[in-house]
Design a protein around this ligand. Structure first.
Ligand SMILES: *Cc1c(COP(=O)(O)O)cnc(C)c1O
Length: 793
């Protein structure tokens, strides 16, 4: 790409769209104009890629969430023009970094949505014909700020300053019918720019609009009121991302969202198919594969059958077979109670035709089960409709050809328990696809210093598209000069993060302290509470002298709690009160600091992972399906302080146990304890140090502002049994407590030996190759989608 010309184009857009010269433009203006200029440049290869996708066997990634983050820097990197544009900016008195005030597109909650974004990036880079379908939420994940230690939420109006990276395609709008309304689905296309290729994938996000735009000429009060109501009711469907990734809120709207984007996407896919293949649907499954990211898009299965039978003259039997061949389902859940279910009466109310089809599928399935002479318990377990509830995972299992878990241990748990009956029937449908992350964003872009060093040592930047190349760096693991340089870069990233935090959050880490980082959605199972308690333990240990020679440590948290998740919000308040307690204590202030950063999102994550020394991955064994934050931190040279859960297991395998800090109960141990009358009170009551920590929650040491939150947290561990549980402390904090603090303190002692510790960090980088989403996506392409890279002329 000709960058001088790009700069000229940028100035033209500034003039035409913003009426400004370069010297008058602010960061938003520049971002708009530069993005527009790039969009114009990539229009042709983008279109050509789409054509090649259509003609080849291709795949679609359907996801209710795409946590994209900021596009501009990543796109400059993938186009190979980052350095040159930076230089040209500097010559014009501009700074690329000014565009950091441009907001993230946060159209997702966390890991599941970020995974979808990493997958599209990898497919684009590997020239694989994969396109994404999702929802263009007007408001993405809420913005968070902290007031008096409490989480506060505001709306994320992310397109407030425009959205130069999408193109509205009115000509591809379609209608979506519900029992009580019909809306227009209007697509917005985002380019997914492959690294070092002219291939550009497509992410199509649907926006809900009223049928006809409001006609001001026909003005009369009654008509006006009705139109406004109709408009709002239509727009409601894509108005907000539900800030919860496990349970359903605003059930009816959420169901409408799911159906809305599935119905629109399938119309689009069928239109694409007919463009190339005409009306013969017997080859539909030969050219299309559809991956369902969790159960949110599973309503696509009956919807494809509906569209094929209703509009394309395909019989029910044929349509069902086409669906089974076309779809594949990714499970992200371990806990059976977290699997998505819909009340059938809600479906009858909202999408009655779909309910009818699901009923027909269910009857078909039950017939087959009887023919196989399955016993009643088995049938009860696997059937799709039971007790008026529609079990979306069961529908996905019956209506698709493959199911995959997202880490080896997770897939084994699916086979052994969560989906065991299905595994008995169809073992050949089960696959594992351990998650991954794109090294473009999570190393090449966010950590340019470390990237440059790696490229120099390897004598090539091949690792940007071939991450296992990093293994060759292991020969430097004991080379003090290399480790010194790595350490200096880490120090520099820590310094940069500190400056940003100071500006953003009004506080910064202790100088030269260990940066111990836990960043992820706030959930009880992820156990930020355990981390908080361990900090209190260290605090008291430092005060009474039982902990000596402690290397100063800054504990950094970034997390959003779903607004209705009271206990999670209590944990945020607790972390902030511990931060205050420590800060106000002159005796420990220079040894310990706790910072809860506000509004953790993708862009903040990019800075945090580059600066981390310690990656906290401390979920109760058997609860985290995979995790991907753990991979980002590993890749940037942090050691994992974690349990043998999700992908941590494979991280420890790849890097070597001796280079991580693994603690706590295993899945088997937890299972044993579940059946073994676990009594957390005994642990609490028999250990004065643990008791002291827990009592700080209720004896006035920490103040929850009169909310009763801390007493509730205390009770949840010691006394109260949650619904459906047989013991308090559902996530085994007390059980893992001692081994956690012991391991944390060992890590702290180890840190003193700089070269020994830096060697562990380095070995983590060298062995992160497996965790590239390039590897994951290639595995999907080869073993589930059966698609090949496209070839340009
Ligand atoms: C990677 C990422 C996540 C997922 O983190 P986990 O630790 O795997 O839960 C969540 N949110 C953001 C912003 C991310 O970048």
């Amino acid at each position: 790409m000709n960058c001088t010309k790009l700069m000229e184009e940028m100035e033209v857009y500034l003039k035409s769209d913003r009426c400004k010269d370069l010297n008058e433009a602010n960061a938003q203006d520049i971002h708009h104009a530069l993005s527009k200029a790039i969009m114009a440049q990539i229009a042709t290869p983008w279109k050509e890629s789409q054509k090649l996708h259509r003609e080849a066997r291709h795949a679609y990634y359907m996801s209710a969430e795409f946590l994209i983050g900021r596009a501009i820097y990543n796109n400059l990197l993938c186009l190979g023009i980052y350095d040159e544009v930076e230089k040209l900016f500097n010559e014009r008195g501009l700074k690329l970094s000014d565009m950091e005030e441009v907001e993230d597109a946060s159209l997702g909650n966390g890991g599941l949505g970020r995974l979808a974004a990493c997958f599209l990036d990898s497919a684009a880079t590997l020239d694989l014909p994969l396109d994404g379908y999702g929802i263009r939420y007007k408001y993405g994940l809420f913005k968070q700020y902290i007031q008096d230690g409490f989480q506060k939420e505001t709306a994320d109006d992310w397109t407030r300053f425009g959205d130069p990276w999408s193109i509205r395609v009115d000509s591809d709008a379609v209608l979506v019918r519900f029992a009580d309304q019909t809306v227009r689905a209007v697509p917005y296309d985002l380019p997914v720019i492959g690294y070092g290729t002219k291939h550009i994938g497509n992410l199509r996000l649907w926006q809900a609009e009223p049928l006809s735009s409001f006609d001001f000429n026909e003005f009369n009060d009654q008509h006006y009121e009705a139109s406004v109501r109709e408009k709002n009711r239509a727009e409601d469907i894509s108005r907000v991302l539900y800030p919860n990734d496990s349970t359903d809120e605003g059930k009816k709207l959420r169901l409408k969202q799911q159906y809305f984007f599935c119905c629109a996407s399938l119309q689009d896919m069928i239109k694409n198919y007919k463009l190339v293949h005409g009306n013969d649907f017997s080859h539909f499954a030969d050219f299309n594969a559809i991956q369902l990211n969790d159960t949110h898009p599973v309503i696509s299965i009956p919807e494809l059958i509906r569209q094929l039978t209703r509009y394309e003259g395909v019989s029910f039997d044929d349509a069902l077979n086409i669906a089974k061949k076309t779809f594949a389902y990714t499970n992200h859940t371990i806990l059976p109670e977290a699997l998505e279910k819909w009340n059938k009466h809600l479906l009858i109310e909202v999408v009655p035709d779909i309910y009818e089809i699901i009923e027909k599928i269910n009857n078909r399935f039950i017939d087959e089960l009887y023919q196989q002479k399955r016993n009643p318990d088995f049938i009860q377990d696997v059937q799709i409709i039971k007790h008026d509830m529609i079990h979306m995972a069961n529908l996905a299992m019956y209506g698709s050809s493959y199911v995959n878990g997202v880490a080896a241990i997770h897939t084994e748990i699916l086979k052994k328990s969560t989906l065991h009956s299905f595994y008995e029937m169809w073992p050949e449908r089960f696959q594992n696809k351990t998650n991954g992350i794109t090294q473009r964003r999570w190393l090449a872009m966010n950590n340019r210093e470390l990237s440059a060093m790696i490229t120099r040592l390897l004598g090539s930047d091949d690792w940007v598209t071939d991450l296992p190349q990093l293994k060759k760096l292991e020969k430097y693991a004991t080379d003090k000069k290399v480790l010194d340089e790595f350490w200096d870069i880490k120090h520099k990233k820590k310094h940069q993060l500190g400056l940003f935090m100071l500006k953003h959050d009004g506080t910064a880490p202790i100088k030269d302290s260990i940066y111990d980082i836990q960043i992820k959605r706030l959930h009880e199972y992820k156990r930020q509470f355990l981390n908080a308690l361990s900090i209190l333990y260290i605090y008291y240990g430092l005060k009474d002298g039982s902990i000596q020679d402690f290397h100063p440590t800054t504990f950094i948290f970034g997390a959003k709690a779903a607004p209705g998740y009271v206990r999670a919000k209590g944990i945020i308040k607790l972390i902030n009160e511990i931060a205050r307690l420590v800060e106000n204590d002159g005796q420990v202030r220079d040894k310990l600091r706790v910072i809860f950063v506000q509004n953790y999102n993708v862009s903040y994550a990019e800075k945090l992972v580059a600066a981390a020394n310690v990656s906290e991955q401390i979920s109760t064994a058997g609860t985290e399906a995979s995790g991907t934050g753990n991979m980002k931190l590993m890749l940037n040279g942090a050691v994992t302080l974690g349990t043998l859960d999700g992908a941590n297991v494979e991280i420890a395998q790849e890097a070597g146990m001796e280079n991580e800090y693994i603690f706590g109960a295993t899945v088997d141990e937890i299972e044993k304890e579940e059946n073994n009358n676990y009594i957390p009170y005994h642990i609490y009551n028999n250990d004065p140090k643990i008791k002291r920590v827990m009592e700080a929650l209720v004896n006035g040491t920490l103040d929850d502002g009169g909310t009763g939150m801390f007493k509730e947290l205390y009770d949840s561990i010691i006394h109260n049994v949650d619904w459906g549980q047989s013991h308090p402390d559902k996530y085994f904090l007390m059980y893992d407590f001692q081994s956690y603090v012991d391991t944390k303190l060992k890590l702290n002692r180890d840190y003193k030996d700089k070269y020994a510790f830096a060697e562990k960090c380095w070995r983590n980088i060298c062995n992160a190759g497996k965790f590239s989403s390039d590897r994951t996506i290639k595995d999907y392409a080869d073993n589930i989608w059966h698609i090949d890279p496209i070839e340009f002329d």
